[in-house]
Design a binder for this molecule. Structure first.
Ligand SMILES: Cc1cc2nc3c(=O)[nH]c(=O)nc-3n(C[C@H](O)[C@H](O)[C@H](O)COP(=O)(O)OP(=O)(O)OC[C@H]3O[C@@H](n4cnc5c(N)ncnc54)[C@H](O)[C@@H]3O)c2cc1C
Length: 416
């Protein structure tokens, strides 16, 4: 498929899927460079205190384990059934993988990809013309430590930059609430470690948590635990949805860790006698930032009626969105609803109501898009759809290399 032989592969992002893609390339003896703007697995680090709900056996591959063991035969992995924290996953698997003989020279940390183009070609040129695929990609890179910029070339780009680095907004309809842009630097949009390094920031404070998914549930449960030792801690939990129970539980959920979280969060929301005040059907209109020591005033409509709260801290667990600016000058066909690549997004429509465990990889053909040799893999390939699982990402890696090598039967996982 690619023109120069062997094709130079650039992997954007050293998360679990970027590392796996690089490993797959190196195993096939293809030249690969991984560009990572932070540390190895930067996003997983940031939510590292959270326990993964899928067991370790689903979050690692035979290829990855073999590569680690080739260097460190006595390396101990968690048991296949263990649900470890993000930090333990990085320590036991992702960091050793990035350090293994096959990858150690390939990973460039603290190297941010600012933008990608085609050498000598503009976005609107050579539409649907295979000549586009003959010109190499040009990557504009920033050395994060030095602040300097340079460019490098590649024949194939695997964009594995995830979504966790780009938060969504609090306001009604997904745009910023009035005042939110001004307050942004003071709002926490990720999963703060409220029981660990950020404890002092939240203990004995009134904390508003906005969002109705598993991230918000994790934060609320941890704040409730914090309140056991710091009884002045109070949580105002606001969700958009109409359900008086924030989390949907699956009958006989095979992911026990996930079910435990949902059950506890629902119980905290509905009990009424604890430290959590829960309001569903709530749309946020405005956020007034009152000053670093004075917190926020939140204005909302609860089932159509105006309400406001004064809170010390504001946590917005309202989801993440892919950074599409990286490929603004390329011909990427993205879904107008999910912002994922169109082929994958269209295939996922069939599974709109499904649980993430039952969503299969969508197949090699769905990974193609009009820009030849630019592939979006991993969490970013699902766009705003939060149903992505690592297991699917590993299958995407296998699928994309059938396209890159032109060998539809290639499957390095089957061999082992
Ligand atoms: C709290 C939480 C819990 C989760 N639990 C599970 C679970 O139990 N099981 C499961 O299967 N999935 C889980 N997921 C979903 C998903 O598997 C993870 O988000 C996973 O980390 C996605 O891997 P990834 O490699 O696609 O992207 P990421 O892990 O997000 O990695 C992307 C990498 O790209 C880097 N990057 C971003 N932009 C640039 C740039 N411009 N230049 C260079 N580098 C860049 C980032 O720093 C990051 O290291 C969870 C997600 C979250 C948020």
């Amino acid at each position: 498929m690619a023109k120069s032989s062997p094709p130079r592969i650039a992997v954007l992002g050293a998360g679990p899927i970027g590392l796996e893609a690089a490993l797959y390339a190196r195993t096939l003896e293809l030249p690969v460079t991984v560009y990572e703007r932070g540390r190895v697995a930067e996003h997983v680090w940031r939510w590292g205190h959270v326990r993964l709900f899928s067991p370790f056996g689903m979050n690692s591959t035979s290829l990855g384990r073999a590569a680690i063991r080739a260097d460190a035969p006595r390396h101990e992995f968690p048991a296949d059934g263990d649900c470890v924290t993000g930090r333990d996953y990085v320590a036991a698997y992702l960091e050793p993988l990035a350090r293994c003989g096959l990858l150690r020279d390939a990973v460039r940390t603290e190297t941010q990809v600012l933008a990608v183009s085609r050498r000598g070609m503009l976005k609107e040129e050579a539409v649907g013309d295979s000549r586009r695929g003959q010109a190499p990609f040009r990557l504009l890179l920033r050395d994060v430590k030095k602040g300097t910029e340079r460019s490098e070339e590649a024949d194939i780009v695997l964009d594995c930059t995830g979504t966790y680095g780009q938060h969504r907004w609090l306001g009604d309809g997904g745009i910023p609430a009035a005042g939110e842009l001004h307050a942004e630097a003071h709002i926490c949009y990720g999963l703060d470690d409220v029981l660990g390094e950020r404890k002092g920031h939240y203990a004995n404070k009134v904390v508003a948590v906005v969002g109705g998914g598993f991230s918000a549930a994790t934060t609320v449960c941890n704040l409730a635990t914090l309140a056991q030792d710091h009884p002045e801690t109070w949580v105002v939990w606001l969700t958009r949805g109409p359900n008086s129970q924030p989390l949907r539980r699956l009958p006989n959920d095979p992911l026990k860790e996930r079910d435990r979280l949902a059950a506890r969060a629902n119980s905290l929301a509905t009990r009424g006698d604890g430290v959590v005040e829960f309001h569903h059907h709530t749309l946020i209109d405005a956020v007034d930032f009152l000053g670093p020591d004075r917190g926020f005033r939140l204005h909302a409509r609860v089932a159509g009626r105006e309400r406001s709260w004064d809170v010390d801290r504001l946590i917005a667990n309202v989801g993440y969105s892919p950074d599409t600016s990286l490929y603004r000058e390329l011909q990427i066909h993205e879904c107008y609803a999910s912002l994922g690549p169109m082929g994958v997004a269209a295939a996922l429509l069939k599974h709109a109501q499904a649980d993430c465990l039952s969503i299969p990889a969508t197949g090699p053909a769905t990974l193609r898009n009009p820009e030849p040799n630019y592939f979006i893999l991993g969490a970013k390939s699902f766009g705003r759809n939060s149903n992505f699982l690592l297991r699917v990402g590993f299958e995407q890696v296998r699928d994309v290399f059938t396209l890159i090598t032109g060998q539809p039967e290639l499957d390095l996982y089957r061999k082992r």
